[in-house]
Ligand binder design. Structure first.
Ligand SMILES: NC(=O)c1ccc[n+]([C@@H]2O[C@H](COP(=O)([O-])OP(=O)(O)OC[C@H]3O[C@@H](n4cnc5c(N)ncnc54)[C@H](OP(=O)(O)O)[C@@H]3O)[C@@H](O)[C@H]2O)c1
Length: 247
């Protein structure tokens, strides 16, 4: 067992070697959480974790490809062996391929669902035994308001004309999984919420026609807030930094 971790909360963040996931990992570590920084490329994860440790933060890279059963089970085995529990899971890893010219529409859909939906489900399900070992636990699924039927069906909404068939479907499915697992885990002191980080400047948006100015540190705020919400915190909600969002 890792000594320092017995009193501190333990968090796992997927897709945390860059972008919003990195900002969530860093922000949680700044709140005195032991952070397992999920990175599908362990070298990249080690590099950014080492930089965070230089800042005095308690961060350790964990190889994690959420599309790969073996990788997910290995990461969970490591957490079980070294910490015996997980207090916080942030399902952040995600892609948007609607503008990927080299792929057919069906390939875009298949690859997007494989990571955004099946990957989220795989990691969430695999982590439940670890989350059950915590006094209480939180799961945060990083979704998008582009997956909200309530917003999309409002013609006055600023993004209502957006047509991103694969990304929108994937985040609607993430929202559905959030509600399903909030219900499934309602008796178990495990809170499950979805968040929208907002339109943010990351590698994912670097080629966008309208470049976002929002920084990952700001985008991470709502995920960090819900990850650290207490035993009586919300469950089965969809939120951004301004409040509740319609499903
Ligand atoms: N940026 C926005 O405007 C925005 C808005 C709303 C919601 N979001 C959501 O926020 C989340 C993070 O987005 P971002 O903008 O920070 O994206 P990003 O900069 O492209 O980072 C994506 C992260 O996911 C990882 N990843 C990709 N495939 C993976 C896999 N199979 N297993 C594990 N990790 C994998 C990437 O790792 P590699 O470095 O190895 O590729 C990277 O760490 C996503 O769920 C996205 O949909 C973003």
């Amino acid at each position: 067992m890792f000594q320092s971790s017995n009193q501190k909360k333990i968090a796992l963040v997927s897709g945390a070697n860059r972008g919003i996931g990195f900002a969530i990992a860093k922000g949680l570590a700044q709140q005195d959480v032991t952070v397992l920084l999920g990175s599908r490329n362990l070298e990249k994860g080690d590099e950014v974790s080492a930089a965070l440790r230089q800042e005095g933060l308690d961060v350790r890279a964990v190889q994690l490809d959420t599309t790969d059963d073996a990788s997910v089970w290995k990461a969970c085995g490591l957490i079980q062996r070294d910490y015996g529990r997980l207090d916080i899971l942030v399902n952040n890893a995600g892609i948007g391929l609607d503008f990927a010219q080299d792929l057919t529409l069906v390939e875009r859909m298949e690859q997007t669902l494989t990571l955004n939906v099946v990957g989220t489900l795989r990691l969430m399900d695999a982590c439940i035994p670890l989350l059950e070992e915590a006094p209480f636990a939180t799961i945060v699924n990083v979704s998008s308001e582009l997956g909200s039927f309530g917003l999309r069906s409002d013609k006055a909404w600023q993004y209502s004309a957006f047509v991103l068939p694969t990304y929108q479907a994937s985040k609607a499915a993430v929202n559905s999984l959030t509600l399903t697992y909030a219900t499934l885990l309602s008796e178990k002191d495990i809170k499950v919420n979805a968040v929208c980080p907002g339109y943010t400047a990351t590698d994912a948006t670097k080629d966008a026609v309208v470049a976002p100015t929002r920084k990952p540190e700001q985008a991470a705020g709502i995920a960090i807030k819900l990850a650290l919400s207490g035993k009586d915190g919300p469950t089965g909600t969809f939120q951004n930094e301004e409040g509740h969002l319609p499903w």
